[in-house]
Design a protein around this ligand. Structure first.
Ligand code: HEC
Length: 127
């Protein structure tokens, strides 16, 4: 009788330990990141790799994406500001390529056809 109880307790403990150790590991596998906003939008433009390398150290990619569709000039100024004001280590030679990529991907270039269609429509509607 004594033996039976202790083996019951032991197997119970083993099951508990497996449960404790096993459960968090299984849950960790279910975590999925929102890919589209967590990273920069992939592109074949050279500025994509440069932006990944130079722009995501201090703030998230999402932070950079939540800007209105701003011009190439604005992005160029922004890259300069990151370097001058905030001390980002961006090689001068890479700065305009990053602005190219950012403005094409998140500037007016993003869905440019749509934006043009809308502004043409509203311009002619105002007349
Ligand atoms: C050395 C750190 C650092 C690096 C590297 C960096 N930034 Fe920033 N960035 C900042 C800081 C600090 C802010 C301001 C945060 C705030 O106002 O809360 C900022 C803000 C921004 C903003 C929001 C608008 C604004 O002007 O405040 C954008 C867009 C941005 N960064 C883009 C970029 C891009 C593009 C790159 C790569 C060329 C880059 N950042 C690299 C530090 C950095």
């Amino acid at each position: 009788m004594k033996m039976q109880i202790s083996s019951f307790v032991t197997s119970g403990l083993t099951a508990l330990m497996v449960g404790l150790i096993g459960a968090p590991a299984a849950q960790a596998l279910e975590i999925t990141l929102p890919q589209e906003t967590a990273t920069l939008k992939p592109s074949t433009m050279p500025g994509y790799q440069l932006a990944l390398r130079n722009c995501t150290a201090c703030h998230s990619a999402q932070y950079m994406q939540t800007q209105p569709p701003l011009s190439h000039e604005w992005w160029e100024g922004e890259v300069k500001k990151m370097k001058k004001a905030y001390g980002a280590l961006i090689p001068d030679a890479d700065m305009s390529a990053i602005a190219d990529y950012m403005s094409a991907t998140y500037g007016p270039g993003k869905g440019a056809d749509e934006a043009n269609a809308k502004s043409t429509a509203s311009a002619s509607a105002k007349k």
